[in-house]
Write a protein that binds this ligand. Structure first.
Ligand SMILES: Cc1cc2nc3c(=O)[nH]c(=O)nc-3n(C[C@H](O)[C@H](O)[C@H](O)COP(=O)(O)OP(=O)(O)OC[C@H]3O[C@@H](n4cnc5c(N)ncnc54)[C@H](O)[C@@H]3O)c2cc1C
Length: 291
């Protein structure tokens, strides 16, 4: 088994002594990025907890909204920018509906961080390729800023992010402004540009591969997006010669407890809340139910 998979399961910090006990956090800011896709900035009510909280890019928290329940949500902010947590939440059901009814200063609950996250130490010294479609940018944004804030630790960094139209692009202004950075290849695509004026590519996300030269032997690829993105991007990566343990995928399964107790997210002998949500493609093909 590749060494990478071992490293990915070894880091599992838990914040609270009782892992089922959420800690109170205030909503500091609600940024309405896209209808039904808001960025919530949270800060623990207790200053010590705000300072001590540590996570890895790719980890998630269990977010609880009083009276509604809990849902796993990826941490979109980088651990290099501590004190607050940013969560990009799509309104889909009971918990997220209730969250959207809250306002700044209201209180929510946080448990975590959970999951393995991206093995950032193992990735150091390599080139990085981040490929996200739609809401897949939520966990990859944490990795992107982590790598940019630790720029000397990585070789070239390439981001490919696709949305349907400019109006659907999450973190649009932030990512468009990154396009000028000389130390990042930032390729953003939309399928259609109904209003005109989109400054970047108008094409399907996988077509962005035709605009870069990648070095598969020294590059780690991190992918997150809807199933079609995995299917088409994996095809490209394998055709380019990426080895299966150099492809990292964030795979979200329905989960309840987040700590490997309830069994809701088990796949074969693995729990996606403990051993995931980041898996290598090697893991994915050896756990057939995973994808
Ligand atoms: C590791 C991880 C990270 C995640 N990160 C994010 C993130 O950063 N941002 C984000 O917005 N979401 C994220 N999600 C997804 C989020 O947790 C779910 O969308 C969650 O269901 C929202 O809770 P809810 O109560 O609002 O919606 P729910 O009431 O759970 O409903 C959500 C949708 O799922 C359907 N559904 C409900 N129960 C089931 C079931 N048992 N089987 C199949 N379908 C069902 C509902 O019909 C509805 O369409 C993440 C999930 C995981 C596992």
């Amino acid at each position: 088994m590749p060494r990478l998979s071992e490293a990915m399961t070894a880091y599992r910090p838990v914040l609270a002594a009782n892992p089922y006990q959420p800690l109170p956090a205030h909503i500091v800011r609600i940024h309405r990025m896209v209808p039904d896709n808001h960025l919530f900035t949270l800060r623990f009510a207790d200053d010590r907890q705000a300072t001590e909280f540590r996570h890895r890019p790719g980890q998630f928290i269990m977010l609880s909204v009083p009276g509604a329940g809990e849902a796993p949500i990826s941490i979109s902010s980088s651990p290099t920018r501590p004190q607050v947590l940013e969560l990009c939440v799509r309104r889909t059901g009971r918990v997220t509906d209730a969250l959207y009814r809250l306002r700044s200063t209201d209180v929510v609950g946080i448990r975590g961080p959970y999951g393995n996250g991206f093995p950032v130490e193992e990735l150091a010294g390599n080139d990085l390729l981040l490929v996200a479609g739609g809401l897949g940018m939520a966990p990859l944004r944490s990795l992107l800023w982590y790598a940019l804030d630790s720029r000397d630790h990585y070789g070239s960094i390439t981001l490919m992010y696709g949305g349907r139209t400019p109006a659907d692009m999450l973190f649009r202004d932030e990512l468009v402004s990154l396009a000028d950075r000389p130390d990042l290849t930032c390729l953003l695509s939309v399928d259609r540009d109904p209003d005109g004026g989109w400054p970047q590519q108008i094409c399907r996300l996988p077509e962005l591969f035709e605009r870069v030269r990648l070095q598969p032997a020294t590059t780690y690829a991190a992918i997150c997006g809807p199933p079609i993105v995995y299917r088409l991007v994996l095809k490209r990566l394998l055709a380019l010669g990426f080895s299966k343990d150099r492809i990292l995928m964030s795979l979200e399964r329905r989960m309840k407890c987040g700590i490997g107790m309830c069994g809701h997210c088990s796949v074969g002998y693995r729990y996606t809340c403990l051993h995931g949500p980041i898996f290598t493609y090697w893991d994915a093909i050896n756990l057939p139910e995973l994808v």
